[in-house]
Ligand binder design. Structure first.
Ligand code: 0X9
Ligand code: ZN
Length: 432
């Protein structure tokens, strides 16, 4: 071990002593009277990470549960710091010559403002339209489920609903299949809500479903020729937990000793347990005890490779947030697939279509290079194991103004962006 490494380890241990992780459920500074985690005084920083050494420091800090790397944009990393540790982490960064600016000095304010009550009477809406989704606010799981039921009942020749498994806490994992029933159709999978706190994802996926189904007759042939298999909420326990208790929860809700949750996007079986994933259950990127150790990922694997093994799987879209990226394999290492250029071309077309739809700019590239290496992602598995041609992770809005706490007013533009990407994918799949 050289001197530099020793100094580095010393720095990290100091940080750990000061900001020691406390067991889950600790009531210390984390809760407000109405029983939800409060992020009052917690901050989001934009940190300049322009060399390997700084990146190592940031990555080590992230192992502490008070610091979380939210996103990356080139040399800038969005780093979330819990209120309790703001002073200490700030000092550590200064000592190491790492510059940062404060994007928010009170993340709770964003939480309080992102999902305001709307004017529409939702009960009246349910009577009138048969479901409660508005795309003007972020809805609870029950509303999303009513919406899926409504579609299956109202359009029985186009839509069918299947429960493909149950979450850790027993919630159904519900896939809506949209299909005209033609036997030659190719198949595309779409999921949302793998990460609990990325609320724009299920909102966008349900928006896409609504547009496809309600306007089916007007859709082009490319859309009609595909069987769409759509799971809008892949992590329903996490989604509900983020709505009711901890807005910034990422993982599922499996119990592992003192800590809960596996990162479902580290739990898929392609180079499982590799770079950018963790063996420690308390970490945000905990990969689980083995590939597909979680019922949520297991159900997806089983549906795609067993129940629907005979489907002509050609496309896979996983909606996440945030950063405005269209990412494709590989995510586990900075390497290119042998059809890299095909994936890049279709990704570029998606970005162009999004630009036309809303003006927003999305960047296109491989996940490990554009973002960070992270093994066990769903996109890598869909490509590397299932062999689907076009597999993408789309990181929706925004590019760092609100991060995961995107105000509900952006659901509609985001939905249109998702829809634009889906239509490009439909054309690409049809052309195969
Ligand atoms: O880290 C992730 O799982 C994704 N980013 S997020 O901020 N939504 O958590 C990116 C996944 C990209 N794909 C792979 N690394 N395979
Ligand atoms: Zn995500």
């Amino acid at each position: 071990m050289n001197l530099q490494t020793l100094l580095h380890l010393a720095l990290i241990s100091v940080v750990f002593v000061v900001c020691e992780a406390f067991p889950e459920g600790d009531k210390e500074t984390n809760e407000v009277p109405h029983g939800r985690v409060s992020y009052s005084g917690s901050q989001l920083w934009r940190v300049c990470v322009d060399n390997e050494e700084k990146l190592n420091i940031i990555n080590e800090l992230e192992k502490d549960e008070h610091v979380s790397n939210w996103a990356r944009n080139g040399t800038f990393y969005d780093v979330f710091v819990k209120q309790k540790c703001v002073e200490q982490i700030s000092q550590k960064l200064r000592e190491n010559g790492i510059k940062y600016e404060v994007v928010s000095d009170n993340v709770q304010k964003w939480i309080d403002e992102e999902n305001p009550p709307i004017n529409e009477d939702i009960d009246e809406l349910q009577d009138r339209r048969g479901h409660r989704l508005t795309w003007q606010m972020y809805h609870r799981l029950a509303d999303i489920n009513t919406f899926l039921d409504y579609l299956a009942t109202s359009y029985p020749s186009l839509c069918s609903l299947k429960t493909i498994g149950s979450s850790v806490e027993g919630r159904p994992l519900r896939v809506l299949k949209i299909s005209n029933g033609n036997p030659g159709n190719k198949a595309v999978w779409i999921d949302g809500g793998i990460h609990a706190r990325e609320w724009i994802s299920p909102a966008t996926v349900t928006y896409i479903i609504n547009e496809l189904v309600e306007n089916w007759e007007k859709e082009p042939k490319a859309v009609h020729n595909i069987d769409w298999h759509i799971l809008p909420v892949a992590n329903p326990d996490g989604y509900e937990y983020a709505h009711t208790y901890d807005r910034l929860w990422r993982k599922n809700r499996s119990k592992k000793g003192n800590c809960a949750g596996t990162d479902l996007n580290r739990n898929f079986g392609h180079y499982w347990g590799g770079k950018g994933s963790s063996r420690y259950p308390c970490h945000e990127i905990y990969a689980g005890s083995g590939p597909f150790s979680e019922p949520e990922t297991k159900a997806i694997q089983n549906y795609i490779t067993v129940t629907e093994a005979r489907a002509l799987w050609k496309g896979y879209l996983s909606f996440h947030s945030y950063g405005q990226y269209i990412l494709f394999p590989w995510g586990y290492a900075e390497m290119y697939t042998n059809d890299h250029q095909d994936l890049k071309n279709v990704g570029d077309k998606m970005a162009a279509a999004i630009r036309t739809a809303s003006g927003a700019q999305y960047r296109v590239g491989t996940a490990a290079t554009m973002l960070y290496p992270a093994a066990g992602g769903s996109d890598d598995w869909a490509k590397g194991v299932v062999g689907m041609k076009y597999t993408y992770t789309i990181e929706l809005r925004d590019s760092g103004s609100y991060g995961f706490l995107l105000p509900a007013a952006y659901i509609n533009p985001s939905g249109n962006e998702g829809l634009a990407a889906v239509k490009v994918l439909a054309n690409a799949v049809n052309a195969l």
